[in-house]
Design a protein around this ligand. Structure first.
Ligand code: C2E
Ligand code: CA
Ligand code: CA
Ligand code: CA
Length: 279
């Protein structure tokens, strides 16, 4: 009931909601969160569309706030980007992903690549390749186990800095994913010129799959062109068995979404690595 005590109204406690309310406070608490190790990675599996075998996973950041609980990246990534703090948070993400791979290796697990999200601001500031190669070395993890996701819109600017970082990452042996594909205006030939390895088709297109013939035709066209250009295709945001069935028919490569699994902490991912076949 409504009057069961103060604990139920935590979110509306002015002292707490103020914590994240003002930009200045949020900025300050993000800096403290870095110092206090409050950022952590969750992991979401990507599986082979036919066999359900775990092929790779995406690392997604979470903020374990002492009073607010788990804060989603939507709440803090935009301000982290506009203030430049994303560069330091990005370094935490890179280090944690490599450390986690090393821990799983030491536990004797069969490893699959982990992809990390890198924002355009990190590329523009430079140093992503340097941070990543240092972390790989520090944790003795091969570059083939880390993949980088960059949004389609971030690549459209044609910034020399971004292109240079992408080339450096590729030279290191890191695979490159185009995130949220279909939401920007890049052409597939442009992406192929940039030697992108994987297209991650935005959730908006996956959710259209069961709804209209056009949705399916559009997705099919993306898959055929991507394959013809040597890129593989991931469908994001797969939420139903019907969507999965259609994606099997389209020969999409990998699927990711709540239907297979939600993002989970490392321990939950370890269980899935041991199960290996997730469908
Ligand atoms: P994204 O890279 O497009 O990540 C996919 C988002 O969709 C994730 O939200 C994931 O939890 C969610 N998702 C996965 N499957 C489904 C599904 O079947 N249905 C629905 N409705 N959603 C699904 P999340 O974890 O809240 O992350 C949101 C965004 O925050 C990410 O979008 C990415 O842009 C950003 N982000 C997350 N982690 C990082 C990071 O470490 N660094 C940077 N720079 N950005 C990050
Ligand atoms: Ca992503
Ligand atoms: Ca995405
Ligand atoms: Ca997105």
């Amino acid at each position: 009931g409504k009057n069961e005590g103060k604990g139920q109204y935590r979110f509306f406690d002015p002292a707490l909601s103020n914590t994240l309310n003002s930009r200045a406070r949020l900025k300050q608490s993000m800096l403290e969160a870095i110092e206090r190790d409050q950022f952590t990675l969750f992991y979401q599996p990507r599986v082979d569309v036919h066999s359900g075998e775990l092929l790779s996973m995406e690392a997604l950041i979470r903020w374990q706030h002492p009073e607010l609980g788990i804060v989603s990246p939507a709440e803090f990534i935009p301000l982290a980007e506009s203030t430049g703090i994303i560069v330091r948070i990005g370094e935490v993400v890179i280090d944690q992903a490599c450390a986690q791979l090393a821990a799983w290796r030491d536990a004797g697990l069969r490893l699959v690549p982990v992809s990390i999200n890198v924002s355009p601001k990190q590329f523009l500031r430079g140093g992503v390749q340097r941070q990543l190669s240092a972390a790989l070395h520090r944790h003795r993890v091969p570059a083939s186990l880390i993949e980088v996701e960059i949004t389609e819109s971030a690549m459209m600017g044609d910034h020399d800095e971004i292109l240079a970082e992408l080339a450096a990452l590729r030279a290191l042996g890191v695979k490159l994913h185009v995130d949220d594909f279909g939401t920007g205006y890049s052409s597939l030939s442009q992406l192929q010129r940039l030697k992108m390895d994987v297209l991650k088709v935005d959730r908006a297109f996956t959710s259209e799959l069961g709804n209209s013939k056009e949705g399916k035709v559009f997705f099919q066209a993306i898959v055929s062109m991507a394959h013809a250009l040597g890129m593989s295709v991931v469908a994001e945001g797969v939420e139903t068995g019907e969507q999965l069935d259609i994606l099997r028919g389209l020969d999409c490569n990998e699927v990711q979404g709540y239907y297979i699994a939600r993002p989970v902490p490392a321990a939950g991912m370890q269980d899935m690595m041991q199960r290996r076949f997730l469908l």
